[in-house]
Design a protein around this ligand. Structure first.
Ligand code: NAD
Ligand code: UDP
Ligand code: UDP
Length: 338
């Protein structure tokens, strides 16, 4: 069928063929960049579970083979060690673009590499999407709002971001990635989706990635004091990983471009989080104050009205229910270290 003659042709198929809505073949072929990482590996589980074929593209900077090893031998699963800063040729229907270090410790480790990943990596994946007519989803971040002057943050807020600070490789990098995504959409007709992800936790997070949930949980399990940065009154809103995966898939399958905030609006100070970890893991856990890092946002909480209305999505798992779900994975990996 010549695509131009079909009303509602909105997404592409592998190999540049345009496939009209409703005629798209299932199962699909899907690339997940960063699929050996924390969020990516849970997304891969979901896509394989529903019968699709998945190609993971990952350079293993923060990702681990252990996160996807349970799929080795599945003929619908393929793992490619590749850096998205370099071009790649693939034939797929959808691209979930997650490749990028996400924790401050990792993205500050090599800031130039982080911004190259955000800019050149995203450009390459958009070039790929354009060539093959695939639908492209960018995992952006709540960090695009910077240290927000609007609370909670709506998608219409343009942010308050330091362009020359130590976090800029990440937050400005993601802002540029969003710009590229919209320009490929407007300029080249690529079908795009943008998710702005708020702090997410769950099994398979790196143990020592410096993020607050993984730090507190690992510290409590190791019987070390939980390190609270600054006065601990800064806030974050924590989302369990399966809720995020639901949101990413709902967004990809929807007819909406976004951006969409994907996060749990339950807001906690770091002191409150430490208290929840203490109640969940070890009532004798203690805290220790440390100086805070530069440009740390004072508060963060998503307004998810848009995702609720248009994607019919909202998170289901509150912090007190989600934290216990990551304990056994952390416990096992901490024991394996010994
Ligand atoms: P993660 O570090 O566990 O996963 C990132 C993955 O990308 C890793 O497997 C890593 O090896 C891979 N990667 C990094 N640079 C690459 C490159 N140049 N080429 C190929 N692969 C590369 O982090 P995550 O928490 O799973 O985050 C996934 C995505 O979600 C990231 O884009 C991140 O910015 C976004 N995000 C996550 C959170 C969160 O709280 N987890 C919040 C906001 C946004
Ligand atoms: N690209 C890629 N895989 C493809 C198609 C393109 O990695 O299948 C890369 C390409 O090498 C380029 C980027 O994506 O660096 C942008 O591609 P585009 O075609 O939009 O731009 P151009 O190559 O014309 O600069
Ligand atoms: N934080 C903390 N103790 C830690 C690690 C982080 O108090 O051991 C604080 C940090 O200062 C920030 C919040 O927790 O205010 C969230 O930090 P994280 O690195 O998890 O995420 P992000 O800053 O990217 O939201």
């Amino acid at each position: 069928l010549p695509s131009s003659s079909i009303r509602g042709v909105v997404h592409g198929g592998a190999g540049g063929r345009r496939i009209p809505v409703g005629l798209r073949k299932r199962p699909m072929r899907i690339v997940v960049t960063g699929g050996a990482g924390f969020v990516g590996s849970h997304l891969v589980d979901r896509l394989l579970d529903r019968g699709d074929s998945v190609i993971v593209v990952d350079n293993f900077f923060t990702g681990r083979k252990e996160n996807v090893v349970h799929h080795f031998g599945n003929h619908r699963f393929e793992l490619i060690r590749h850096d998205v800063v370099d071009p790649i040729l693939l034939e797929v229907d959808q691209i979930y673009h997650l490749a990028c270090p996400a924790s401050p410790v990792h993205y500050k480790h090599n800031p130039i590499k982080t911004i190259k990943t955000n800019v050149m990596g995203t450009l390459n994946m958009l070039g790929l999407a354009k060539r093959i007519g695939a639908r492209f989803l960018l995992t952006s971040t709540s960090e695009v709002y910077g240290d927000p002057l609007e609370h909670p943050q709506k998608e219409t807020y343009w942010g308050h971001v330091n362009p020359i600070g130590v976090r800029s490789c990440y937050d400005e990098g993601k802002r540029t990635a969003e710009t590229l995504t919209m320009d490929y959409h407007r300029g080249a007709g690529v079908e795009v989706r943008i998710a702005r992800i708020f702090n997410t936790y769950g099994p398979r997070m790196c143990l020592d990635d410096g993020r607050v949930v993984s730090n507190f949980v690992a510290q409590a399990l190791r019987k070390q004091p939980m390190t609270v940065y600054g006065d601990g009154k800064q806030t974050r809103s924590f989302q369990y990983v399966s809720d995020l995966v639901d949101g990413l898939v709902a967004l990809m399958e929807s007819d909406h471009i976004g951006p969409f905030n994907l996060g749990n609006p339950g807001e906690f100070t770091m002191l409150e989080l430490a208290q929840v970890v203490k109640e969940t893991i070890d009532p004798s856990a203690t805290i220790e104050f440390r100086p805070n890092t530069a440009d740390d946002p004072h508060m963060r909480k998503p307004d998810i009205t848009k995702a609720k209305q248009l994607l019919n999505w909202e998170p289901k798992i509150p912090l007190r229910q989600g934290l216990p779900l990551m304990m056994s994975d952390f416990q096992k990996r901490i024991l394996d270290e010994k």
